[in-house]
Ligand binder design. Sequence first.
Ligand code: ADP
Ligand code: MG
Length: 475
Amino acid sequence: MTKEEWGKLKHELRDTLGAHNYTSWIEPLDLREVQGNVAIFDVPTTFQGNYVLQNFGDRILYKVAKLTPSIKRLEFSVPTVRKVHTGAATTGQKSGQKTGETAVKKAANSGDVPASKSVAAARTALDAQFPAAPLDERFTFDRFVVGKPNELAHAAARRVAEGGPVTFNPLFLYGGVGLGKTHLMHAISWELKASHPELNVLYLSAEQFMYRFVQALRDKKMMDFKQMFRSVDVLMVDDVQFIAGKDSTQEEFFHTFNALVDQNKQIVISADRAPGEIEQMEERIKSRMQCGLVVDLHPTDYELRLGILQSKVDRYREDYPNLQMDDSVLDFLAQRISTNVRVLEGALTRLYAFASLVGTEITPDMAQDCLADILRTFERKISIEEIQRQVSDHYNIRLGDMIGPKRLRSFARPRQVAMYLCKHMTRRSLPEIGRRFGGRDHTTVMHGVKRIEELRHSDAQIAEDLEMLRRSLEG
Ligand code: ADP
Ligand code: MG
């Protein structure tokens, strides 16, 4: 594929993806080179690259591969710029570190990041110096499907979005990946921007907070930094677990947090777990974060998944009026894809892309073929060891204690949970399971499984534990 060919192809994508998507996401992509079976594109920011890959990757690849079949993969990267070394990033977990590094590149390059004129004008000079991630325009309240697992979080977010007097501060939203935390925070932002344009609303990820902080230190602009953060009316920090273990960032976050709370400014925070469970987070920060309202987003249930799919399909119908979709496909997807909503959406997107490109109807059979790789991960064979490991991690006990003879409740209950999961997620027989739990009798296993089955209905905590464990084992 040559640059000219890409130029042409780009225009064709306009028809598939719509004018809006085209201008925002596809137009800025420049083909840098084809290296072996990888086509590499220049993107203005890492965020854009990730976004394009996640949302349009399949469709772009489909077209590209049609033109040049040897291309098997796409890569989007920001043209290299001077790399900045920071000590702060080195303690990050693996994934954090990777994005962290690119974010440093981005930050170092912030002067060159193109921002649309209207946006730039609306920002203060200071803010322009530290650009925040754009809000996703699909993440609004009217696109958020409410169900039992997320109704409380939704109600709390709505309340904050009214912009009335601050009733709980902060609002702390937590839950597993892909359950709608970022969606809700963006929705609050959109709503406030529309109804209270005078308010200075700042949304950013904890990672961006860190990079702004590091950059301010480097450029000796700490005063500006502090002033900027203390002048917002509503501060939203996403994925706060990112700054766990990053001491000076935490320190600064703590001061920012307190300054805003003292001024009675609203703060919204999200994390992948409850405040008390974030390791390597200072106690005083944890307890501060628990002062307001802490709400969790529960794993999705079948009804919510179906509702979300339904609302997506309604939108797709506008874009693809001619495409037929069998109703049983939604049921199929909601049953089979039980983890996060992002995967669910991705599956649907792929089905539509495929069907519209190939010109077929979407049926369960076609879905089975087209999504084979995604579905396979949900059918992955799970071993007894894996379950034992996950469960002992989850309850914070030693593997040895779970398998061993101790009968303390704090070991016995997790042991029963593990037995229950082994019974339901593997094909092992009860005697086999018993053997792997320190040579216990199959009646013991049966009793354990029964006990959890009962508790599952009467004890919400157990039900949630089971759902979480099942999800992490399946994911
Ligand atoms: P998180 O931040 O919790 O990891 P996101 O907010 O990024 O998850 O959500 C992942 C994807 O799933 C987004 O595209 C979001 O729009 C979608 N999503 C999650 N929950 C819902 C919901 N209740 N209704 C509609 N879309 C949802
Ligand atoms: Mg998120």
